[in-house]
Design a protein around this ligand. Structure first.
Ligand code: DC
Length: 221
């Protein structure tokens, strides 16, 4: 069977990797995996059941039996539209907490690998290149300064009409980065074989072009 081409894009919270990854997938006509959504959905399902987010056995059960459907532009959790709900700050915070649990990561592994279908997959997250798709021919570590990421998140939340404080957002981003980097299983890290894409000074278009150019360099002709 022909192996499926995968572009793995990892990076910290609010770096814009999701936007870039989705645009690269659309440009290539490939599938797209937002792996963070699976951690967010697990956290949301656990919060709905009022489970403690450090109860590993219970959260693992939730992850293993997660009833989700990824439709065109919409994510359903247990049949309900959860597309916007999983973007809430509290759910992102919960996702970062359930993501430290090794059995939860294990429970979500095959579900993520199942997204690798022809003609190819662009996957974004924290451990796409290290754990989920270690043989991906192109690995990108996409980042931006914490200040720039806080600024981007601030603009998004303001546009949604939420009342937010930029220094609180910066603090949350720094805390989440620290948790994602410090965990013992699949920590956020730039791999030696990943190309660094710092988007602090780049537009989304320029970041997308860079990934597509890199893919041209490494893709088998
Ligand atoms: O990319 P995001 O902000 O949607 O991710 C939410 C949380 O999920 C993040 O704090 C860390 C976790 N996560 C992870 O541990 N591994 C992934 N592959 C994706 C996300």
């Amino acid at each position: 069977m022909k192996t499926v081409s995968v572009i793995a894009i990892d990076g910290p919270s609010a770096s814009g990797k999701g936007t870039v990854a989705a645009r690269v997938a659309a440009a290539l006509g490939w599938h797209y995996l937002d792996s963070g959504a699976l951690y967010r959905l697990t956290a949301l399902a656990a919060q709905r059941r009022t489970l403690a987010l450090d109860d590993e056995a219970a959260i693992c059960q939730v992850a293993a039996t997660l009833d989700v459907s990824f439709l065109e532009g919409m994510i359903l959790l247990e049949g309900d539209d959860a597309t916007e709900l999983i973007r809430a700050e509290a759910v992102g915070e919960g996702a970062s907490r359930v993501a430290v649990l090794p059995s939860v990561r294990e429970a979500l592994l095959q579900r993520q690998r199942d997204f690798a279908r022809q003609p190819g997959l662009v996957a974004d997250g924290r451990d796409m290149g290290s754990v989920v798709f270690p043989k991906a021919p192109l690995k990108v570590f996409l980042t931006a300064s914490a200040e720039e990421r806080a600024n981007r998140r601030y603009k998004q939340l303001i546009a949604k009409g939420e009342s937010v404080n930029i220094s609180q957002i910066l603090q949350d981003i720094e805390q989440r980065d620290a948790r994602d980097r410090a965990r013992s299983v699949a920590p956020l890290q730039q791999l030696p074989d990943a190309r660094l894409l710092d988007t602090t000074q780049l537009t989304v278009d320029a970041a997308v072009r860079t990934v597509l150019d890199w893919w041209k360099e490494v893709s088998p002709r």
